[in-house]
Design a protein. Sequence first.
Length: 382
Amino acid sequence: MSYPFAYKLFPAVLSVFSLTVAVSCTHSHSDAHDENVAEEGHDHEDEIVMSPADAMRFGVMAEAAVKTPFCEIVKVSGEVLPAATDRSVVSAPTSGIVRLVSGIEQGKAVGNGELIASISAGNMTGGDANKMAKASLDAAKRELDRLTPLLKDGLITKKEYNDALRSYEEAKSAYSPAAATGRASSPIFGVVSELLVSDGSFVEAGQPIATVARSQRLTLKALLPSRHIDMLPRIASANFIPSHSSGKAIRLADRGGKVLSSSMSTADNTPGYLPVYFSFDNHGDVVPGTPADVYLVGTQRSDALTVPAGAISEQQGEKFVYVKVEDHAYAKHPVKVGRNDGRRVEILDGISEGDSVVATGTTFVRLAETSTVVPEGHSHNH
């Protein structure tokens, strides 16, 4: 395969590189017939030749394929949610127009009893129902107070008094002191995780305005693409980076994290994805409702044969690595890959433990393989 883009981007490098490859390729194909005879039986056709000096110059470095403890990792999107048991709803005490308190927004820390919004029906058609209820209550109270001494003097019947008492109790139940203030306050210490209405909108009495979450324990929701469904039973933990953070990953293993649910039965209404839920302790640095990049961690294997992720190359859908077979020669090996943790890749077939695999500078080895500058008598056929 040729790489016209590489030749355009690095003409100077490629010129030097092609020349040095050409020189290196002649190391065992000189005019000396005796040397060829001495190396009779040694096959160079599948080797990619590069001198140690060139390898050093272009940063080509190899390391041994080793068996190490290994965890599969898949990067997905997710969101931090408040724990269901640590949420409280702030409801409208009366019907009317909502006015959110200045500064109240998602992620805002609030105290117990702190005002979230006020609701007023003063300018609405029909007036303020709670004010009307208060007026009715006051009138019923005055009537009951008037009849009480008359009953003692025998000037009214018991039925008249009971009717007045019933009217007072009905008026009392219709009036809400909390509604009279129009104050919607947080019932707990926590963080505003959701605002369910907009400033200036109309709400009915009892309608939720916001949710406040305690920040001690949170839930992480990760959306696993259906193409990775085979990983579902192997998910053991997760790391995540909140969108508001500086890029530092938070390990659930360090936060008392545990898997809450990871099965197909938890599928929600997001087509093509399966939700996986975790719970973890919050140290005050994560806000409920925050989007996050989530790295799902699979169960650990203790003897996986792995190579650096940078060692894997691909051509026409086939993955392969370059194995260093001599100081000056490399061989291309097709491989079957397994799990990937973002840093290392599991190798299922194609190489053996201890093989010296090119870990960095694979691009230059590929360029050496595809170089058109080949000295006479040396073959690069594959």
